[in-house]
Write a protein that binds this ligand. Structure first.
Ligand SMILES: *[C@@H]1O[C@H](CO)[C@@H](O)[C@H](O)[C@H]1NC(C)=O
Ligand SMILES: *[C@@H]1O[C@H](CO)[C@@H](O)[C@H](O)[C@H]1NC(C)=O
Ligand SMILES: *[C@@H]1O[C@H](CO)[C@@H](O)[C@H](O)[C@H]1NC(C)=O
Ligand SMILES: *[C@@H]1O[C@H](CO)[C@@H](O)[C@H](O)[C@H]1NC(C)=O
Ligand SMILES: *[C@@H]1O[C@H](CO)[C@@H](O)[C@H](O)[C@H]1NC(C)=O
Length: 456
């Protein structure tokens, strides 16, 4: 397995023989060249795929040990990369495993997991499904369309809208017995907002646009998005206090998730307010997460990267955010020139960081010229997202056409996907997958994951 991966790097890697050990040089990335970005993306995908295959729970397709949603986010990233590169080596497994995790009721809420999932966990599979629709990822015969799966996630989450406290929003957790249930966080609400905007643009069904408006407006009325203080996006706010307080850790994905949704809304509606919103969020994202210290064009998850305290969730954020920035660049053409150098600078940096081990493993600190010692599916996935975002910008507008997949558009109406799983019994069971970020709520950063290798 490792050997195959090593060979697949081909010309991208220079082999050095050092004292009997095989070491590789950087992945060469020319960020203005599509071919170079494709080769880099492939070289990053292969070790990620090895991690994926090695880490499925008891061989259950698409279920990674200790997490559920990260596989969905990885499928999302791989499909987006396939769409702009044509690299289809793993498509059949991605397709199978992504459908498998839709579960017995095709709702991404299978009773194996539903008692401990958060809305944000489920949302990543929803965003993967709409990505499949938009990119024309092949449908599976005799199975629901990707759009119907995305619609199912939307319908379930819209039905969880909770105006009893805070005037609205969806909670982070789905069941009242879960710790952190009353918390309303940006990734859950922003995820539903983005999914609504994308479904709206893809299906042209006005209901989704209305929901997108409503979720946005509530997010701005709550402390989550604060345009008046330079487009600050908080991580979360607490229903216990009727959403008057906020959890203020700064994470790129909270900006990115709303950013891309706003860009879709601009593109679909051409209402100027959506362009202003896209530009406002982008301004803060590009200043806060691209520190001058590293030249201003290299993406950094600043709240945890330098001290190496990013947990396995946080290690992914830059990858998704890079692709969401690219969507903004494509859908709001006036932002293109701002975004391009940020992504290209990051792509070059990724090439330099991915020189770990014998198979060009990527680490977490893109700004550092040599591998920082952190390895795993998550950092590979972030790097692939960074390369993919850059490639999306070069491939351009064709990457986000409204309807690449007319059959899906017609079929999505036919499938009845609105029957949620019956609620499971209360269980103290495994909650590991639904923990995005509450650990940070008021309590500072909690220790990093078991696999995180500390480096000076
Ligand atoms: C897979 O995850 C397990 C822990 O669940 C870890 O011990 C192992 O190193 C991982 N393997 C790979 C190849 O990532
Ligand atoms: C649910 O768990 C069972 C038992 O481990 C497994 O066979 C099945 O594949 C799982 N289903 C999903 C969707 O993960
Ligand atoms: C809670 O917040 C909502 C929305 O801001 C507001 O309409 C409502 O009056 C508040 N309720 C209480 C009890 O303060
Ligand atoms: C539009 O979407 C909503 C929400 O999913 C659905 O209830 C409604 O039936 C859809 N309308 C049409 C015309 O497809
Ligand atoms: C919408 O996005 C397309 C790219 O798919 C772009 O060509 C077009 O100019 C955008 N529309 C607006 C109003 O910005």
């Amino acid at each position: 397995m490792r050997f195959r991966t090593f060979l697949s790097l081909g010309g991208a890697a220079l082999v050095l023989l050092l004292q009997g050990q095989v070491a590789l040089s950087d992945i060469s990335v020319t960020p203005t060249d599509k071919e170079s970005l494709k080769e880099a993306g492939k070289a990053i995908t292969e070790p990620m795929w090895d991690f994926y295959l090695a880490n499925q729970t008891e061989g259950i397709p698409g279920k990674l040990t200790g997490t559920w949603y990260i596989a969905g986010a990885m499928f999302m990233t791989m499909m987006q990369f396939w769409h702009v590169s044509g690299y289809n080596e793993h498509n059949s497994v991605v397709s199978h495993d992504m459908m498998f995790q839709a579960g017995r009721n095709y709702d991404y809420f299978d009773s194996n997991y539903s008692q401990w999932l958060g809305n944000d966990d489920q949302m990543f599979f929803g965003l993967a499904a709409i990505t499949a629709s938009e990119t024309g990822f092949p449908e599976i015969k005799d199975k629901p369309t990707w759009t119907s799966l995305a619609r199912s996630v939307f319908n379930q989450q819209a039905s969880r809208w909770a105006p009893q406290e805070c005037g609205g929003g969806i909670t982070w957790q789905i069941h009242p017995w879960q710790a952190g249930y009353t918390l309303r966080n940006s990734i859950s609400n922003g995820g539903l907002f983005q999914l609504a905007a994308r479904l709206g643009r893809f299906t042209q069904n006005q209901t989704y646009f209305e929901w997108a408006e409503k979720i946005w407006d509530w997010s701005v009325d709550s402390p989550l998005i604060q345009p008046q203080i330079n487009w600050y996006v908080a991580d979360s706010t607490s229903g216990d206090n009727n959403c008057t307080d906020s959890g203020d850790m700064q994470w790129s994905y909270n900006y990115g998730v709303y950013l891309a949704g706003a860009a879709y809304m601009w593109n679909a509606t051409e209402e100027p307010k959506w362009k202003n919103r896209t530009e406002g969020l982008l301004r803060r994202l590009t200043t806060h997460f691209f520190p001058e210290e590293y030249g201003g064009n290299v993406f950094s998850e600043v709240s945890c990267e330098k001290p190496h305290t990013c947990d396995r969730n946080m290690l992914n954020f830059k990858g998704w955010s890079s692709m969401w920035m690219a969507m903004a660049g494509i859908l709001v053409p006036d932002t293109f020139d701002t975004i391009l150098p940020k992504l290209q600078g990051s792509a070059s940096a990724i090439g330099r960081q991915c020189d770990g081990g014998t198979e060009n493993l990527c680490g977490s600190r893109w700004y550092q010229d040599n591998w920082d010692g952190i390895e795993g599916l998550e950092v590979q996935q972030a790097a692939l997202g960074g390369i993919t975002g850059t490639l999306m910008m070069l491939v351009g507008s064709s990457a986000q056409t409204i309807n690449n997949n007319p059959n899906a558009k017609e079929q999505y109406l036919d499938y009845n996907d609105d029957q949620p799983d019956s609620l499971p019994k209360i269980s103290t069971g495994d909650r590991v997958g639904s923990w995005i970020l509450t650990v940070l709520w008021g309590g500072g950063i909690v220790a990093a994951g078991w696999w995180l290798i500390k480096q000076q």
